[in-house]
Design a protein around this ligand. Sequence first.
Ligand code: PLP
Length: 401
Amino acid sequence: MITRNPCIANIKAGYLFPEIARRRREFTTAHPDAKIISLGVGNTTEPILPHIGWGLVEGARQLATPEGYSGYQDEGLLSLRKRISRVFYKEDFDADEVFISDGAKCDIGRLQLLFGAGAKVAVQDPSYPVYVDGSVLSGAAGRWNGTGYAGITYLPCTAENNYFPDLAALPEHGLLYFCSPNNPTGAVATRGQLEALVKGANAKGLVIIFDAAYSEYIRDPALPKSIFEIEGAKTCAIEVNSFSKPAGFTGVRLGWTVVPKDLKYAGGESVNADWARICGTIFNGASNIAQAGGLAALDDEGLLEIRQLCDFYLGNAKLIRTALCDLGIACVGGENSPYVWARFPGRDSWDVFAEILEKCHVVTTPGSGFGPAGQSFIRFSAFGHRLDVEEACKRLASLKS
Ligand code: PLP
Protein backbone atom coordinates (compact mmCIF):
# COMPACT_ATOMS: atom_id res chain seq x y z
CA MET A 1 0.00 0.00 0.00
CA ILE A 2 1.11 3.58 -0.62
CA THR A 3 2.71 5.32 2.41
CA ARG A 4 1.31 8.39 4.09
CA ASN A 5 2.78 11.84 3.40
CA PRO A 6 5.02 12.25 6.50
CA CYS A 7 4.11 15.95 6.64
CA ILE A 8 0.55 14.99 7.61
CA ALA A 9 1.78 12.89 10.50
CA ASN A 10 3.86 15.89 11.60
CA ILE A 11 0.86 18.20 11.95
CA LYS A 12 -0.09 18.94 15.54
CA ALA A 13 -3.00 21.29 14.95
CA GLY A 14 -6.50 20.27 14.38
CA TYR A 15 -5.90 19.74 18.09
CA LEU A 16 -7.25 23.04 19.42
CA PHE A 17 -10.83 23.22 18.18
CA PRO A 18 -11.58 19.47 18.40
CA GLU A 19 -10.26 19.53 21.97
CA ILE A 20 -12.51 22.49 22.80
CA ALA A 21 -15.46 20.61 21.26
CA ARG A 22 -14.55 17.46 23.25
CA ARG A 23 -14.43 19.38 26.54
CA ARG A 24 -17.71 21.11 25.71
CA ARG A 25 -19.38 17.72 25.00
CA GLU A 26 -18.00 16.29 28.24
CA PHE A 27 -19.36 19.28 30.17
CA THR A 28 -22.80 19.05 28.51
CA THR A 29 -23.02 15.36 29.31
CA ALA A 30 -22.31 16.11 32.99
CA HIS A 31 -24.62 19.18 33.02
CA PRO A 32 -27.38 18.51 30.48
CA ASP A 33 -29.40 21.58 31.58
CA ALA A 34 -26.58 24.10 31.15
CA LYS A 35 -27.22 26.62 28.38
CA ILE A 36 -23.75 27.01 26.94
CA ILE A 37 -22.83 30.17 25.06
CA SER A 38 -19.86 30.14 22.71
CA LEU A 39 -17.50 33.10 22.50
CA GLY A 40 -14.92 30.71 21.16
CA VAL A 41 -14.89 30.55 17.39
CA GLY A 42 -14.35 33.11 14.65
CA ASN A 43 -17.39 32.06 12.64
CA THR A 44 -19.88 34.79 11.74
CA THR A 45 -23.43 34.55 13.11
CA GLU A 46 -25.48 37.36 11.58
CA PRO A 47 -27.33 37.12 8.25
CA ILE A 48 -25.88 38.67 5.12
CA LEU A 49 -27.38 42.16 4.76
CA PRO A 50 -30.07 42.79 2.10
CA HIS A 51 -28.18 44.58 -0.67
CA ILE A 52 -25.27 42.14 -0.63
CA GLY A 53 -27.73 39.24 -0.38
CA TRP A 54 -29.52 40.65 -3.42
CA GLY A 55 -26.18 40.67 -5.29
CA LEU A 56 -25.77 36.94 -4.61
CA VAL A 57 -29.33 36.16 -5.72
CA GLU A 58 -28.97 38.27 -8.83
CA GLY A 59 -25.64 36.59 -9.62
CA ALA A 60 -27.33 33.20 -9.50
CA ARG A 61 -30.25 34.42 -11.64
CA GLN A 62 -27.90 35.83 -14.28
CA LEU A 63 -26.26 32.43 -14.70
CA ALA A 64 -29.60 31.04 -15.85
CA THR A 65 -29.88 33.54 -18.72
CA PRO A 66 -28.16 33.44 -22.13
CA GLU A 67 -26.82 36.99 -21.81
CA GLY A 68 -25.74 36.66 -18.16
CA TYR A 69 -24.14 33.23 -18.30
CA SER A 70 -20.42 32.92 -17.51
CA GLY A 71 -18.07 29.97 -17.07
CA TYR A 72 -14.49 29.74 -15.77
CA GLN A 73 -13.05 33.11 -14.81
CA ASP A 74 -9.53 31.97 -13.84
CA GLU A 75 -8.12 34.73 -11.60
CA GLY A 76 -11.55 36.33 -11.14
CA LEU A 77 -14.08 38.64 -12.80
CA LEU A 78 -12.26 41.62 -14.24
CA SER A 79 -14.93 43.96 -12.83
CA LEU A 80 -14.34 42.64 -9.29
CA ARG A 81 -10.55 42.84 -9.57
CA LYS A 82 -10.81 46.43 -10.72
CA ARG A 83 -13.29 47.30 -7.97
CA ILE A 84 -11.06 45.80 -5.28
CA SER A 85 -8.15 47.87 -6.59
CA ARG A 86 -10.31 51.02 -6.49
CA VAL A 87 -12.00 50.46 -3.11
CA PHE A 88 -9.03 49.16 -1.14
CA TYR A 89 -5.89 50.35 -2.94
CA LYS A 90 -6.74 53.70 -4.60
CA GLU A 91 -6.30 51.96 -7.99
CA ASP A 92 -2.62 51.50 -7.21
CA PHE A 93 -2.74 47.95 -8.61
CA ASP A 94 -3.57 46.71 -12.09
CA ALA A 95 -6.35 44.15 -12.27
CA ASP A 96 -3.76 41.42 -12.99
CA GLU A 97 -2.14 42.06 -9.61
CA VAL A 98 -5.42 41.23 -7.81
CA PHE A 99 -6.35 37.53 -7.71
CA ILE A 100 -9.84 36.51 -6.59
CA SER A 101 -9.92 33.45 -4.32
CA ASP A 102 -12.37 31.22 -2.52
CA GLY A 103 -11.15 32.69 0.77
CA ALA A 104 -8.05 33.92 2.54
CA LYS A 105 -7.38 30.61 4.29
CA CYS A 106 -7.34 28.72 0.99
CA ASP A 107 -4.85 31.18 -0.50
CA ILE A 108 -2.67 31.11 2.63
CA GLY A 109 -2.53 27.33 2.15
CA ARG A 110 -1.62 27.64 -1.53
CA LEU A 111 0.85 30.54 -1.30
CA GLN A 112 3.67 28.41 0.09
CA LEU A 113 3.80 26.60 -3.23
CA LEU A 114 5.61 29.71 -4.45
CA PHE A 115 8.50 29.18 -2.06
CA GLY A 116 8.70 25.41 -1.55
CA ALA A 117 9.72 23.20 1.34
CA GLY A 118 13.05 24.98 1.82
CA ALA A 119 11.51 28.33 2.80
CA LYS A 120 12.48 29.71 6.20
CA VAL A 121 9.20 30.63 7.87
CA ALA A 122 8.55 33.11 10.68
CA VAL A 123 5.25 33.76 12.43
CA GLN A 124 3.95 36.10 15.06
CA ASP A 125 3.47 34.10 18.25
CA PRO A 126 0.55 33.68 18.92
CA SER A 127 -0.88 33.41 15.42
CA TYR A 128 -3.76 32.14 13.30
CA PRO A 129 -2.98 28.38 13.13
CA VAL A 130 -3.00 27.96 9.34
CA TYR A 131 0.32 29.81 8.91
CA VAL A 132 2.11 27.13 10.88
CA ASP A 133 -0.05 24.20 9.72
CA GLY A 134 0.33 25.20 6.06
CA SER A 135 4.10 25.29 6.58
CA VAL A 136 3.98 21.83 8.15
CA LEU A 137 2.06 20.45 5.17
CA SER A 138 4.47 22.05 2.71
CA GLY A 139 7.40 20.46 4.57
CA ALA A 140 8.90 23.82 5.57
CA ALA A 141 8.25 23.59 9.31
CA GLY A 142 10.65 20.82 10.35
CA ARG A 143 10.01 18.50 13.30
CA TRP A 144 7.77 19.14 16.29
CA ASN A 145 9.97 19.67 19.34
CA GLY A 146 7.32 19.60 22.06
CA THR A 147 6.47 23.29 22.11
CA GLY A 148 6.90 24.32 18.47
CA TYR A 149 8.37 23.35 15.09
CA ALA A 150 12.14 23.38 14.75
CA GLY A 151 12.06 25.05 11.33
CA ILE A 152 9.78 27.93 12.31
CA THR A 153 10.91 31.17 13.89
CA TYR A 154 8.32 32.15 16.48
CA LEU A 155 8.30 35.90 17.13
CA PRO A 156 6.71 36.45 20.55
CA CYS A 157 4.05 39.18 20.65
CA THR A 158 3.35 39.79 24.30
CA ALA A 159 2.16 42.53 26.64
CA GLU A 160 5.84 43.36 27.23
CA ASN A 161 6.48 44.28 23.57
CA ASN A 162 2.99 45.68 23.00
CA TYR A 163 2.16 42.71 20.75
CA PHE A 164 4.65 43.71 18.06
CA PRO A 165 7.61 41.38 17.42
CA ASP A 166 11.33 42.09 17.76
CA LEU A 167 12.34 42.70 14.16
CA ALA A 168 15.97 41.81 14.86
CA ALA A 169 14.82 38.18 15.00
CA LEU A 170 13.43 38.17 11.41
CA PRO A 171 15.11 35.41 9.36
CA GLU A 172 17.01 36.49 6.23
CA HIS A 173 15.59 35.54 2.82
CA GLY A 174 12.56 33.92 4.44
CA LEU A 175 8.83 34.26 4.68
CA LEU A 176 6.93 36.08 7.42
CA TYR A 177 3.22 35.67 8.08
CA PHE A 178 1.93 38.87 9.63
CA CYS A 179 -1.69 39.48 10.63
CA SER A 180 -3.13 42.91 11.50
CA PRO A 181 -5.68 43.33 13.03
CA ASN A 182 -4.38 40.23 14.67
CA ASN A 183 -6.13 36.98 15.31
CA PRO A 184 -5.97 36.10 18.20
CA THR A 185 -4.62 39.16 20.04
CA GLY A 186 -6.80 41.82 18.41
CA ALA A 187 -3.73 44.09 18.31
CA VAL A 188 -3.35 46.36 15.27
CA ALA A 189 0.10 47.41 14.04
CA THR A 190 0.67 51.17 13.84
CA ARG A 191 1.97 52.95 10.76
CA GLY A 192 5.41 53.37 12.41
CA GLN A 193 5.56 49.64 13.23
CA LEU A 194 4.63 48.63 9.69
CA GLU A 195 7.17 51.08 8.26
CA ALA A 196 9.85 49.41 10.37
CA LEU A 197 8.60 45.98 9.28
CA VAL A 198 8.71 46.83 5.56
CA LYS A 199 12.15 48.40 5.94
CA GLY A 200 13.42 45.29 7.78
CA ALA A 201 11.86 42.93 5.22
CA ASN A 202 13.41 44.75 2.26
CA ALA A 203 16.79 44.82 4.01
CA LYS A 204 16.66 41.08 4.78
CA GLY A 205 15.18 39.91 1.46
CA LEU A 206 12.12 38.65 3.30
CA VAL A 207 8.60 38.28 1.88
CA ILE A 208 5.71 39.29 4.16
CA ILE A 209 2.40 37.51 3.68
CA PHE A 210 0.17 40.17 5.19
CA ASP A 211 -3.21 38.89 6.34
CA ALA A 212 -5.69 41.77 6.39
CA ALA A 213 -8.84 39.65 6.88
CA TYR A 214 -10.06 41.97 9.68
CA SER A 215 -9.07 45.31 8.11
CA GLU A 216 -12.68 46.52 7.90
CA TYR A 217 -12.86 46.41 11.69
CA ILE A 218 -10.31 49.21 11.99
CA ARG A 219 -12.03 52.36 13.24
CA ASP A 220 -8.98 54.43 14.21
CA PRO A 221 -8.12 56.39 11.03
CA ALA A 222 -4.44 56.52 12.02
CA LEU A 223 -4.08 52.74 11.74
CA PRO A 224 -3.18 51.28 8.31
CA LYS A 225 -5.69 48.85 6.80
CA SER A 226 -3.26 47.49 4.23
CA ILE A 227 0.48 46.82 4.11
CA PHE A 228 0.44 48.63 0.78
CA GLU A 229 -0.23 51.92 2.58
CA ILE A 230 3.45 51.65 3.49
CA GLU A 231 6.09 52.84 1.05
CA GLY A 232 8.36 50.03 -0.13
CA ALA A 233 5.81 47.26 0.51
CA LYS A 234 5.43 46.38 -3.17
CA THR A 235 8.90 44.86 -3.26
CA CYS A 236 8.43 42.70 -0.15
CA ALA A 237 4.76 41.92 0.46
CA ILE A 238 1.78 39.87 -0.64
CA GLU A 239 -1.60 40.73 0.92
CA VAL A 240 -4.46 38.30 1.50
CA ASN A 241 -7.94 39.50 2.37
CA SER A 242 -11.46 38.15 2.61
CA PHE A 243 -15.16 38.95 2.42
CA SER A 244 -15.81 36.48 5.26
CA LYS A 245 -15.66 38.70 8.31
CA PRO A 246 -16.76 42.07 6.85
CA ALA A 247 -19.65 40.77 4.71
CA GLY A 248 -20.57 37.52 6.48
CA PHE A 249 -19.24 35.38 3.60
CA THR A 250 -17.74 32.64 5.80
CA GLY A 251 -20.07 30.15 4.09
CA VAL A 252 -20.19 31.89 0.70
CA ARG A 253 -16.37 31.77 0.27
CA LEU A 254 -14.72 34.75 -1.37
CA GLY A 255 -11.39 36.51 -0.86
CA TRP A 256 -8.50 38.01 -2.76
CA THR A 257 -4.73 38.15 -2.85
CA VAL A 258 -2.63 41.04 -4.13
CA VAL A 259 0.71 40.01 -5.62
CA PRO A 260 2.55 43.12 -6.90
CA LYS A 261 4.44 42.89 -10.17
CA ASP A 262 7.37 44.59 -8.40
CA LEU A 263 7.83 41.55 -6.14
CA LYS A 264 10.73 39.42 -7.37
CA TYR A 265 12.54 36.29 -6.19
CA ALA A 266 16.28 36.30 -5.50
CA GLY A 267 16.85 35.28 -9.14
CA GLY A 268 14.78 38.21 -10.44
CA GLU A 269 11.81 36.08 -11.60
CA SER A 270 8.29 37.48 -11.15
CA VAL A 271 6.30 36.20 -8.16
CA ASN A 272 3.14 37.59 -9.78
CA ALA A 273 3.64 35.48 -12.92
CA ASP A 274 4.18 32.34 -10.82
CA TRP A 275 1.07 33.01 -8.76
CA ALA A 276 -0.98 33.40 -11.95
CA ARG A 277 0.46 30.07 -13.09
CA ILE A 278 -0.37 28.32 -9.80
CA CYS A 279 -3.92 29.71 -9.79
CA GLY A 280 -4.44 28.52 -13.37
CA THR A 281 -2.93 25.12 -12.61
CA ILE A 282 -4.61 24.00 -9.38
CA PHE A 283 -7.40 26.53 -8.75
CA ASN A 284 -10.08 27.34 -11.29
CA GLY A 285 -11.40 30.47 -9.60
CA ALA A 286 -14.05 31.44 -7.09
CA SER A 287 -17.77 30.91 -7.69
CA ASN A 288 -19.22 33.47 -10.09
CA ILE A 289 -22.22 33.78 -7.75
CA ALA A 290 -19.94 34.65 -4.82
CA GLN A 291 -18.17 37.19 -7.04
CA ALA A 292 -21.50 38.84 -7.93
CA GLY A 293 -22.08 39.14 -4.19
CA GLY A 294 -18.60 40.61 -3.84
CA LEU A 295 -19.37 43.25 -6.46
CA ALA A 296 -22.54 44.21 -4.59
CA ALA A 297 -20.57 44.33 -1.32
CA LEU A 298 -18.18 46.87 -2.81
CA ASP A 299 -20.64 49.37 -4.24
CA ASP A 300 -21.80 52.31 -2.11
CA GLU A 301 -24.74 50.47 -0.56
CA GLY A 302 -22.70 47.33 0.03
CA LEU A 303 -19.90 49.26 1.73
CA LEU A 304 -22.46 50.79 4.10
CA GLU A 305 -23.70 47.30 4.95
CA ILE A 306 -20.12 46.15 5.59
CA ARG A 307 -19.68 49.07 7.97
CA GLN A 308 -22.97 48.23 9.69
CA LEU A 309 -22.12 44.54 10.13
CA CYS A 310 -18.62 45.23 11.46
CA ASP A 311 -20.07 47.86 13.82
CA PHE A 312 -22.46 45.25 15.18
CA TYR A 313 -19.65 42.81 16.03
CA LEU A 314 -17.52 45.66 17.38
CA GLY A 315 -20.47 46.47 19.67
CA ASN A 316 -20.27 42.90 20.97
CA ALA A 317 -16.52 43.25 21.44
CA LYS A 318 -17.05 46.40 23.50
CA LEU A 319 -19.48 44.59 25.80
CA ILE A 320 -16.99 41.75 26.33
CA ARG A 321 -14.11 44.12 26.92
CA THR A 322 -16.11 46.18 29.40
CA ALA A 323 -17.24 43.07 31.30
CA LEU A 324 -13.65 41.86 31.59
CA CYS A 325 -12.27 45.28 32.57
CA ASP A 326 -14.98 45.57 35.28
CA LEU A 327 -13.58 42.35 36.73
CA GLY A 328 -10.07 43.79 36.71
CA ILE A 329 -8.93 41.41 33.96
CA ALA A 330 -6.34 43.05 31.70
CA CYS A 331 -7.17 42.77 28.02
CA VAL A 332 -6.29 44.14 24.58
CA GLY A 333 -8.11 44.12 21.26
CA GLY A 334 -11.81 44.57 20.65
CA GLU A 335 -11.56 48.22 19.62
CA ASN A 336 -10.39 47.78 16.04
CA SER A 337 -10.90 44.03 15.84
CA PRO A 338 -13.53 41.43 16.77
CA TYR A 339 -11.23 39.63 19.24
CA VAL A 340 -10.52 40.43 22.86
CA TRP A 341 -7.32 38.94 24.29
CA ALA A 342 -7.50 38.59 28.05
CA ARG A 343 -4.57 37.96 30.34
CA PHE A 344 -4.58 35.67 33.38
CA PRO A 345 -1.01 36.00 34.69
CA GLY A 346 0.63 32.85 35.99
CA ARG A 347 -2.25 30.59 34.96
CA ASP A 348 -2.52 27.86 32.35
CA SER A 349 -4.85 28.82 29.47
CA TRP A 350 -6.68 25.48 29.59
CA ASP A 351 -7.30 25.86 33.36
CA VAL A 352 -8.84 29.29 32.77
CA PHE A 353 -10.88 27.88 29.86
CA ALA A 354 -12.20 25.16 32.22
CA GLU A 355 -13.01 27.67 34.96
CA ILE A 356 -14.98 29.91 32.57
CA LEU A 357 -16.85 26.88 31.22
CA GLU A 358 -17.67 25.55 34.69
CA LYS A 359 -18.59 28.82 36.40
CA CYS A 360 -20.15 30.76 33.47
CA HIS A 361 -21.10 28.04 30.97
CA VAL A 362 -19.24 30.08 28.36
CA VAL A 363 -16.89 28.52 25.80
CA THR A 364 -13.76 30.51 24.94
CA THR A 365 -10.47 29.69 23.22
CA PRO A 366 -7.32 28.99 25.26
CA GLY A 367 -4.53 31.29 24.09
CA SER A 368 -1.89 28.55 24.25
CA GLY A 369 -3.59 26.92 21.24
CA PHE A 370 -2.32 29.79 19.07
CA GLY A 371 1.35 29.35 19.98
CA PRO A 372 3.66 29.20 23.01
CA ALA A 373 3.37 32.96 23.75
CA GLY A 374 -0.42 32.58 24.03
CA GLN A 375 -0.02 30.76 27.37
CA SER A 376 -2.00 32.43 30.21
CA PHE A 377 -4.31 34.18 27.73
CA ILE A 378 -7.89 33.55 26.64
CA ARG A 379 -9.36 34.71 23.32
CA PHE A 380 -12.92 35.99 23.42
CA SER A 381 -14.63 36.21 20.02
CA ALA A 382 -17.25 38.90 19.33
CA PHE A 383 -18.97 36.78 16.69
CA GLY A 384 -22.30 36.01 18.34
CA HIS A 385 -25.91 37.10 18.63
CA ARG A 386 -26.31 40.21 20.82
CA LEU A 387 -28.55 38.54 23.42
CA ASP A 388 -26.06 35.68 23.83
CA VAL A 389 -23.14 38.08 24.22
CA GLU A 390 -25.07 40.15 26.80
CA GLU A 391 -25.95 37.01 28.74
CA ALA A 392 -22.37 35.72 28.55
CA CYS A 393 -21.07 39.06 29.85
CA LYS A 394 -23.44 38.89 32.84
CA ARG A 395 -22.27 35.39 33.61
CA LEU A 396 -18.60 36.40 33.51
CA ALA A 397 -19.25 38.18 36.82
CA SER A 398 -19.09 34.70 38.45
CA LEU A 399 -15.34 34.78 37.84
CA LYS A 400 -15.04 37.31 40.66
CA SER A 401 -15.33 34.75 43.42
N1 PLP B 1 -7.22 35.04 8.18
C1 PLP B 1 -7.49 35.15 9.48
C2 PLP B 1 -6.56 35.91 10.34
C3 PLP B 1 -8.62 34.53 10.02
O1 PLP B 1 -8.86 34.64 11.34
C4 PLP B 1 -9.48 33.81 9.20
C5 PLP B 1 -10.67 33.13 9.73
O2 PLP B 1 -10.93 33.02 10.88
C6 PLP B 1 -9.17 33.73 7.85
C7 PLP B 1 -8.04 34.34 7.36
C8 PLP B 1 -10.02 32.90 6.94
O3 PLP B 1 -10.64 33.66 5.98
P1 PLP B 1 -11.53 32.97 4.86
O4 PLP B 1 -12.87 32.68 5.45
O5 PLP B 1 -11.58 33.98 3.78
O6 PLP B 1 -10.86 31.72 4.42
